[in-house]
Design a protein around this ligand. Structure first.
Ligand code: 5GP
Ligand code: ZN
Length: 152
């Protein structure tokens, strides 16, 4: 008989929590008390690595300051090593935050995608839709709105 769903056990519903709990195998490349990094199962490039907090958080804004630091510390530590391991010339680093941005797994994860000279890929500027053509006043208003929202 199957185990009853326990809402506190995110590995019942979250594939990355299942990886953290060892219930689903992964090619782990780095681990600390708070962070796990493993190869993406469907890589965009050689060495495509995902860096996740071990505790479940869906969106980047759900991470507390310590966990954010731990995740970015891991990203900055392992990115040069991932690049070296696959002889890459650079990497794109990004988070799909929310379904509208392409997030499919609802557990925060940082993509480290190694890049190679002439690989035919694009910079991170290519991820969004049509570019807005904004006047200076509109940019000023957006900056004021964002700043107020952050202060709010
Ligand atoms: P997202 O679109 O949510 O930003 O990206 C999810 C990523 O997780 C995808 O690149 C996908 O290939 C990867 N992924 C999904 N399921 C698994 C899995 O079970 N194991 C591993 N290693 N990667 C996975
Ligand atoms: Zn999770």
């Amino acid at each position: 008989m199957g185990r009853a769903a326990d809402p506190s056990r995110m590995s019942d519903t979250c594939i990355f929590c299942s990886i953290v709990d060892g219930e689903i195998p992964a090619r782990t490349v780095y681990e600390t008390d708070d962070v796990l990094a493993f190869l993406d199962a469907n890589p965009l490039a050689l060495g495509h690595t995902l860096v996740i907090p071990k505790t479940h958080a869906e969106r980047v804004g759900d991470l507390d300051a310590d966990l954010s630091s731990a995740v970015f510390d891991a990203v900055s530590e392992i990115t040069p090593e991932v690049e070296a391991a696959v002889d890459a010339d650079g990497a794109n680093i990004g988070i799909n935050d929310g379904e509208a941005a392409g997030q499919e797994v609802p557990h925060v994860h940082v993509h480290v995608v190694p890049r190679f000279d002439g690989d035919g890929g694009a910079p991170i500027h290519a991820v969004a839709g049509e570019r807005p053509d904004l006047a200076d006043e509109e940019l000023d208003a957006i900056a004021a709105d964002v700043s107020a929202a952050i202060d709010g």
